[in-house]
Design a protein around this ligand. Structure first.
Ligand SMILES: [Zn+2]
Length: 415
C-alpha cells in the first residue's frame, strides 16, 4: 500500500486522552460510568466528528463513529476496543484499539481513500468490568446479555447502569448487532503478556481465544475464639479457602498452558482473633482448549467438595460464566497476517490470553485481533507501556485490513 498512518498524531491522541483520569504514576483511572468516562467519550466524539464521522450511541452506551462508504447499505466493517480503564490502569489497554481505529480513518481521509462499505469505530462500554463484570458492551450488543437485564444491574452505591448512562449522557438508541448488517470486526490491543516482547516481535496476529470459567465460592465454617479453640475442633473457612486456592494453582499447572487465579477474597468476620466462619472468594480458570477447560472445571469442583468435606465446611460453588475458547475467522486473520508481513517487522500468530470484546463478537461475526508488545508484558497497572512505533504498526495493519474488508476484497466464506 502507498499510504502510511501518522504515528505522531496517534501517539499525541493516546497521550492526550490519557490525561483524563491520568494518575501521578503515569497511568490512568477512567472507570466506566464515571464523569471521567464521560469526558473521555466526549473527547473521542469530538475527534471522530473532526474526522468527518457521524457518532451514534446505543442503549448500553456503546459508541459508533461511522465513516460512510460509497454504498451505505453494504455490510459495515467494524473496528474498536474500549476507552475505560482499571482504577490503577494504563494509557494503552483498550485505548490503543479505539484510537488506532480512528487513526485508520484519518489516514484514509489524508490519502483520499474511499471504500465501498462504511467503516465504524466502536468504543465498547465497561470492558474492564471494575464494576459489574467485564466485556459488557459486546455482551449486550451481541445479545449474550439482554439489554433490559443489563440496564437494571445495580451498583453497591444504589444506582443502576441505566441511570448511570442517562447521567453521563450516553444512553442512545442506535441498533445492536441484530438490527445491523455487519461484515466483520477487528480489534487492536496491547498483548498484556510477555510473548511478543520476549521474542522481539512487533505484531501478534491473533487467531483464537482462551476459554474461561468464573466461579463464586462461599465456604462456611464456624466462628470461634482464636485462643481457647483447639486446632482439632476448628472449622476454619479461610484455611479451607487456602487449600482450594492452592488446588487452583495445581490444576492450572498440570494443564499447561492453563491459568488459575483466585483474585477476590472476603473474610468474615475479618478479625485477628476470630477463626473465620465464612469466606467468599472467586476463582478463574482458563485454557485455549475447550475439552481441557471442561476437565479443569470438573477437577476443580471435585477437589473443592473434597476439601470442604475434610475440613467440615459447607461449600457453595457457583459457576457464573463458562465460555469455551473460540477460533477467530482464519480468512480475516490471514489478511491481517499479510498486512503484518507488509510492515517488514517480525510477527507471529497467537491466541489471546485475556478476554476482549472481540471474544464475544467472534461467536457471531468474522473477527480477528492484532496485538503489539507491551513493556514487561504488564497491563492493568500504571506502569503499562507500549512504544509509539508499535502503536503505529497496529494502526497500519488495521488500516490495510479495513480498506481491504470495506472494498469486498476478503471472502469470509462460511466462518
Ligand atoms: Zn482491554
Amino acid at each position: 500500500m502507498q499510504f502510511k498512518v501518522n504515528e505522531d498524531r496517534l501517539w499525541a491522541n493516546i497521550m492526550e486522552i490519557g490525561e483524563i483520569g491520568g494518575t501521578e504514576k503515569g497511568g490512568c483511572n477512567r472507570i466506566a460510568f464515571t464523569d471521567l468516562d464521560r469526558q473521555g467519550r466526549n473527547l473521542f466524539k469530538k475527534w471522530c466528528e473532526e474526522a468527518g464521522c457521524t457518532v451514534s450511541v446505543d442503549g448500553f452506551g456503546n459508541m459508533y463513529a461511522r465513516r460512510e462508504g460509497r454504498n451505505p447499505d453494504a455490510p459495515v466493517v467494524m473496528v474498536g476496543s474500549h476507552l475505560d480503564t482499571q482504577p490503577t490502569g494504563g494509557k494503552f489497554d483498550g485505548i490503543l484499539g479505539v484510537l488506532a481505529g480512528l487513526e485508520a480513518i484519518c489516514t484514509m481521509n489524508d490519502n483520499g481513500i474511499e471504500t465501498d462499505a462504511p467503516i465504524e469505530v466502536v468504543n465498547w462500554t465497561n470492558e474492564e468490568g471494575c464494576i459489574f463484570r467485564p466485556m459488557m458492551g459486546s455482551e449486550v450488543w451481541t445479545g449474550l446479555l439482554p439489554l433490559e437485564d443489563a440496564l437494571k444491574m445495580r451498583a453497591e452505591e444504589g444506582w443502576t447502569i441505566g441511570e448511570a448512562l442517562e447521567r453521563i449522557g450516553y444512553a442512545g438508541d442506535a441498533p445492536m448487532m441484530d438490527g445491523r448488517n455487519v461484515a466483520c470486526y477487528l480489534e487492536a490491543h496491547i498483548e498484556q503478556g510477555p510473548v511478543l516482547e520476549d521474542a522481539g516481535e512487533a505484531v501478534g496476529v491473533v487467531d483464537s481465544t482462551q476459554g474461561f470459567g468464573w466461579y463464586d465460592i462461599t465456604l462456611t465454617g464456624r466462628e470461634a475464639h482464636a485462643g481457647p479453640t483447639p486446632m482439632s475442633s476448628r472449622r476454619d473457612a479461610l484455611m479451607g479457602m487456602s487449600h482450594i486456592a492452592l488446588e487452583v494453582k495445581r490444576i492450572a499447572e498440570e494443564n499447561a498452558p492453563g491459568m488459575g487465579t483466585v483474585g477476590k477474597v472476603a473474610v468474615f468476620p475479618n478479625s485477628p482473633n476470630v477463626i473465620p466462619g465464612r469466606v467468599e472468594f472467586s476463582a478463574d480458570l482458563r485454557h485455549p482448549n475447550g475439552e481441557t477447560l471442561k476437565a479443569m472445571d470438573a477437577e476443580f469442583r471435585k477437589v473443592a467438595a473434597q476439601i470442604a468435606k475434610e475440613m467440615e465446611l459447607e461449600v457453595d460453588l457457583e459457576l457464573t460464566v463458562l465460555r469455551p475458547g473460540v477460533m477467530f475467522n482464519q480468512v480475516l486473520a490471514d489478511r491481517v497476517e499479510e498486512a503484518a508481513k507488509a510492515t517488514g517487522k517480525s510477527y507471529r500468530r497467537m491466541y489471546t490470553g485475556a478476554g476482549h470484546d472481540a471474544c464475544n463478537i467472534a461467536r457471531f461475526l468474522p473477527t480477528t485481533m492484532v496485538f503489539i508488545p507491551c513493556r514487561d508484558g504488564i497491563s492493568h497497572n500504571e506502569a503499562e507501556w507500549a512504544e509509539s512505533e508499535h502503536c503505529a504498526i497496529a494502526a497500519q495493519v488495521l488500516t490495510e485490513t479495513l480498506v481491504a474488508a470495506a472494498n469486498g476484497e476478503i471472502d469470509f466464506g462460511e466462518a
